[in-house]
Design a protein around this ligand. Structure first.
Ligand SMILES: Nc1nc2c(ncn2[C@@H]2O[C@H](COP(=O)(O)OP(=O)(O)OP(=O)(O)O)[C@@H](O)[C@H]2O)c(=O)[nH]1
Ligand SMILES: O=C(O)[C@H](O)COP(=O)(O)O
Length: 240
């Protein structure tokens, strides 16, 4: 039995590193569309038995209900921060035999094949760390029942998750794929997002959002990044 958990920040505070180039409404829409794609990917995978959306966002109960995921309001947990709320949510599961997979919501090119690779790797190891393309962050973390390493999402989390697993005597594998590795964090990631859209390699929700006008905005952003340094607040001023 494999339980998947998708943490999703309050959308009005999501993707703040893009605030110099995208307005709040565009960042919000992008964060939601990417999370819906990750949710669909998890919900449709035959090896995943349950999916929980963990979020404080007011739109999250509807997102979960309309897709068939469970919803956990992080404000009910008495914890804060990504590691705190995930640790608390996992401790409430109660079934020690359950394997877990945590996938971040900002992986617009995540595929069923990526999840299958993580599931396969989990058969011969305690912990799978799905790293970002730079090999520094953790975009996906899976572990066998009762083999949870201390969660260390944040800066250099790949190294810190490895160290936490080793310290706990757990066997750990790295998994780096293009779908797990590509997370949309910074303005520089938008060129890759647009290129993947043009190749048809994004999930449906993100792809539709780009089709509905975001692609044009991204092209402008990418052009302007090539000619001038980023100005925080410029997006809000230019888009109103
Ligand atoms: N539930 C929950 N999810 C979180 C929290 N912080 C981050 N996340 C989620 O964790 C994943 C990775 O987060 P980040 O890459 O830092 O995304 P972000 O916080 O929207 O980006 P920035 O604002 O630019 O740092 C995304 O799915 C976020 O929505 C939190 O405090 N609670
Ligand atoms: O552990 C991580 O890599 C962070 O939680 C998320 O990383 P990001 O800020 O690169 O998305």
């Amino acid at each position: 039995m494999l339980h998947a958990l998708l943490p999703l920040k309050d959308l009005s505070n999501a993707k703040t590193r893009l605030s110099g180039v995208l307005s709040l409404s565009r960042r919000r829409a992008l964060a939601q569309a990417m999370a819906e794609d990750v949710l669909q990917c998890l919900l449709h995978h035959p090896k995943i038995t349950t999916v929980t959306l963990l979020s404080p966002d007011p739109a999250a109960p509807h997102l979960a209900a309309s897709s068939g995921a469970r919803y956990l309001d992080e404000r009910s947990l008495g914890s804060s921060g990504l590691n705190g709320v995930l640790t608390e949510a996992l401790s409430q599961q109660g079934d020690a035999a359950l394997h877990h997979l945590i996938a971040h919501g900002d992986l617009p090119a995540l595929s069923a094949g990526d999840i299958s690779l993580a599931v396969e790797a989990l058969q011969s190891t305690d912990v799978v760390i799905g790293s970002d393309l730079a090999g520094q962050g953790t975009n996906l973390l899976a572990f066998r029942g009762g083999r949870q390493p201390q969660l260390a999402f944040g800066t250099d989390s790949y190294t810190r998750h490895r160290a936490a697993a080793e310290q706990a005597g757990l066997i750990c594998k790295n998994l780096q794929t293009s779908g797990i590795g590509f997370d949309v964090d910074a303005p520089a990631d938008l060129a890759t997002l647009l290129a993947l859209y043009r190749k048809g390699a994004l999930g449906n929700h993100t792809s539709r959002l780009l089709q509905a006008g975001l692609a044009e905005r991204l092209s402008l952003v990418i052009d302007s990044l090539q000619t001038q340094p980023c100005d925080d607040g410029a997006a809000e001023r230019s888009e109103g």
